[in-house]
Design a protein around this ligand. Sequence first.
Ligand SMILES: N[C@@H](CCOP(=O)(O)O)C(=O)O
Length: 585
Amino acid sequence: MKKKYRKFHEPRSQSNPPPLFKTRTRTRPLPSLSRRRRLLLRRRIVALAAAAAAPPPLDAEAMASSASSMLIYQSPTSLTANPRRFAVGRRRLTVSCASASASASDPALTNHSPPATAPPPGTATIHNIRDEARRHRQAHAFSAKYVPFGCDFTASESYSLDEIVYRSRSGGLLDVQHDMEALKKFDGAYWRNLFDSRVGKTTWPYGSGVWSKKEWVLPEIDSDHIVSAFEGNSNLFWAERFGKHFLGMDDLWVKHCGISHTGSFKDLGMTVLVSQVNRLCKMDRPLVGVGCASTGDTSAALSAYCAAAGIPSIVFLPADKISMAQLVQPIANGAFVLSIDTDFDGCMKLIREVTAELPIYLANSLNSLRLEGQKTAAIEILQQFDWEVPDWVIVPGGNLGNIYAFYKGFKMCQELGLVDRIPRLVCAQAANANPLYLYYKAGWKDFKAVKANTTFASAIQIGDPVSIDRAVYALQKSNGIVEEATEEELMDAMAQADSTGMFICPHTGVALTALNKLRNSGVIAPTDRTVVVSTAHGLKFTQSKIDYHSKAIPDMACRYANPPMQVRADFGSVMDVLKDYLKKY
Ligand SMILES: N[C@@H](CCOP(=O)(O)O)C(=O)O
């Protein structure tokens, strides 16, 4: 693994200066090209060199066609404070001109160290967004470390994030805590402006919704080590029709975390975890790969990010318990996939034992690094509401890391002065896998893991959640509530939501059921601003939707089924069914 990594990420030295023109294939030897092709290639390089030495062309399209759309053109003859952006096909091409043009809102640039110097005249370079980030590499002023869960940054027991540790000395959970005193040197308005300034940009790594909050996530990681698919920045969808029609609400929102690189919110945490592993590999830590147990989404995210970094991934999946779309993701991304004849809890137990024995880094959310990425979805919600705090946020819960991650994101915003309160949290479980719900109903007395039964909400089919303590903490601190949904309730809620233009996963159906119950009982008022967190893409769960709409689910009425009508191929038959259908309107 190390060998392969080095090959493609060789550090640059003075004796080995960067080439004038870098393309994505720059480290590979030229394949054996024909003489004619070599000539053409050389001509193209010469043309690019000429273009680089000249002022920027007016026609960005022409420039894009002669250079990869990943390239950023830089010319010393056109220094300007603001990078000029051109739409190039569906990508944006930045004509960025000097390091002096770096974001004035980057705290590293404006407050802690001087901006990097401009290149000497005549040394124009075309480079990519990673190179651009290298040029602005700064000393960091913030830091974070592992402490036992429930402790703050000053705890006597603490571990560097570069250590491979998942449990405290007493065997309890760990938490990543930030140096809040250092972060507090900047006020809420400062952080709001900084985060807002990074939205919608391609600047590495801030184009990611996670890394746009880098100072609050992994402040010490070198941007060069980050493995990102520009995840996050997901749609906060105004569920106007669903809210009005089914719940009498007009301020209902669905945070579509599943409309993402691998189709679930897991990307948010995985970019952080795999980036840190990438850093550890660079530090020559003896790791042979990264592993997880999964109900389908974590394995998809892990395998994709590892594949992007060239790091081996190993995933433990409960045999026949995840959807086809989820199973194919790690297979396609080249993970080592173990289909194990047990449930998720069985897989989780095994991966914990295996990672204690072998140098395989544990990627489940037992590893608190993951939650640092996931918490940014909470910050993003506040940002999307222009830093107004919603009344309620409803999160589906299985292994229970995410409910704590949301709490953490909201709490950090409050502590650092971006907002003055946090929303009430609701955790929604499937009744077939409801250990948290039972614990809540028992007044938080005597937690008992359960045997999780089969549920359409398969990603949360978990009976012994590793983050149970974190979830309880988040709910207690946010005056939270736990609700549950039966199979029929969650499938009906999913069908209702889909009928208003969404295409949600069954877990979001669980969360919508919780909302429905809390609306009916009057706990959530019609005017309360409410956000339902949608955790995965509906396209991962087409089979359950097909079964529902075909009314093929035993003991389920499938009240909102919309099966296709079989019609003979003649005009009369088609007209008959249409007339019948149109009577409804
Ligand atoms: N739903 C998860 C289960 C594992 O949870 P994690 O929080 O440890 O990643 C999945 O998609 O695998």
